[in-house]
Design a protein around this ligand. Structure first.
Ligand code: SF4
Length: 458
């Protein structure tokens, strides 16, 4: 923990120890961004040296004392840097450090990234004197310390609702420009992928594998960003992965990827398949933009994003599904995703791709409308079509969804090829079982040990 030295003038403590600190609503002074306000962003831009006033921190709008306690405000963070050796491809990677550095501040919680940030300041820290001005000073100093290649850095916060709209729209346009750079590249075009271990402070076994066709789970780091970061700091948290022999092009299994993930996860994750949510899927930390959830009744996958505040047809909220997904584990059917990965032709290729998707919020469907195959789009339900599993099954039947081909009988709705002694399971260790007579059993986080298993042909 760092309490003196470079932070002696900051009224709260600063240190890695505060990473993972959670601020619940009763102890929150204010909330900035988050799911209840659409206008939120954080972005880092590389500028000419003349456009950056080194060390400046500006606040466009009120600081904490002038915010009403208990309220939620739109919020933007703009970090502008200059440096003669900076590569524009590094913006996304440097921007990701805003998350770490904010979380080192006692009583200041930062979640997510880009246009999904969710920040809370707690009452105790504000009472000790913490102001947004201090947050800016801490960011300036931590960036300078971690990145000596910066010549200058300035930070601007936007808290006035009337002043955030323009920079927010500019940030959204910049994210889109960045994301579009790798569209058109394929995983076959390159010999190396990039690994990112930045989130191991939250999920120690988690490693993101970033390929041209599998954008990072957080949606903030592309293959090009990974390349720029690994070139500047090859021993840093983002590193090259020689992909090696591809042993399964459909699920995306590469000998070199599994070797490096095993090493970086300290043996926890020995095998990984990049384009599937089952078997040996890519792990998820907690920063994913969206996640899949398994719907055992139809052997399909739903998708839900952070801003969806209602319950999905399975009765679970985003938060409950995210709890099943995150932590650096491999959980069949519960799989963190970025929006950009869903625009990829490799999107869940090993599971049937879009043909396996049965439900998603209308907002997500709208954002991906140019990427969902047109013949499938109307067959995927939203919250307007289905709020329960029964609604969903009825919708899928009415719209002749291709997932129906995976169902062998009307009530069990499972693949007969997976049945064992009348109990049906899907791929991997997490799946549904349906007993003759219409009872469905869903196994969750279960490990079954058996001395012997008998499989008899009927
Ligand atoms: S989600 Fe993945 S790519 Fe993004 S910062 Fe975390 S580990 Fe890195």
């Amino acid at each position: 923990m760092t309490t003196g030295g470079m932070f002696a003038d900051i009224p709260v403590e600063i240190g890695v120890v505060f990473e993972g600190e959670r601020i619940r609503k009763p102890s929150m002074y204010v909330e900035l961004g988050g799911p209840h306000t659409p206008e939120k962003f954080e972005i880092l831009r590389i500028r000419d040296r003349s456009a950056v006033e080194d060390g400046a921190v500006r606040i466009e709008g009120p600081d904490f004392p002038d915010m009403k306690e208990g309220t939620t405000l739109p919020f933007g963070i703009l970090v502008e840097v200059s440096g003669s050796t900076l590569d524009p491809d590094m913006e996304g990677v440097m921007e990701r450090r805003i998350h770490d550095f904010c979380n080192w501040i006692e009583g200041f919680m930062h979640l997510n990234q880009r246009d999904t940030i969710w920040i809370r300041a707690d009452k105790k820290s504000v009472a000790k004197g913490l102001r947004l001005q201090h947050v800016g000073i801490v960011l300036v100093r931590l960036f300078r310390s971690a990145m000596p290649i910066l010549d200058a850095i300035q930070v601007t916060f936007f808290t006035d609702p009337s002043k955030i709209l323009t920079p927010w729209q500019e940030a959204l346009a910049t994210y889109e420009q960045r994301d579009a750079r790798t569209r058109g590249m394929t995983d076959e075009d390159v010999d190396v992928f990039y690994g990112c271990s930045l989130c191991q402070s939250f999920a120690p076994a988690h490693v993101c594998v970033i390929t041209p066709q599998r954008y990072a789970n957080c949606g903030a780091i592309s293959w090009l960003d990974g390349r720029a970061a690994a070139r500047v700091d090859p021993k840093g948290p983002i590193y090259e992965i020689a992909k090696g022999t591809c042993t399964d092009p459909l699920t995306g299994e590469y000998e070199g990827v599994s070797r490096v993930v095993k090493e970086k996860s300290l043996g926890e994750i020995p095998r990984i398949q990049l384009y599937t949510a089952f078997g040996h899927p890519h792990t998820s930390c907690g920063c994913f933009e969206c996640t899949t959830f398994y719907v055992p009744e139809c052997d399909g996958l739903g998708i839900v994003h952070r801003d969806f505040r209602d319950v999905t047809p399975t009765g679970l909220t985003f938060g409950a599904i995210a709890d099943s997904t995150g932590g650096g584990r491999q959980v069949d059917g519960f799989h963190g995703l970025s929006f950009e990965y869903m625009r990829s032709k490799r999107f869940l290729a090993g599971d049937g791709g879009w043909e396996r998707i049965v439900w998603m919020p209308a907002d997500v469907k709208d954002r991906l409308k140019d990427y969902i195959p047109p013949d499938l789009s109307q067959k995927i339900a939203t919250e307007a079509d289905a709020s329960s599993v029964d609604d969903l099954l009825s919708f899928l039947r009415t719209h002749d969804h291709p997932v129906l081909a995976r169902m062998t009988h009307d009530n069990g709705l499972v693949n007969a090829a997976d049945s064992v002694q009348g109990i049906h399971t899907t791929a991997g260790n997490r799946g549904p079982g349906a007993l003759q007579g219409g009872i469905t059993i869903a196994f969750r986080n279960v490990r079954i040990q058996a001395d012997r298993i008998f499989v008899r042909r009927e």
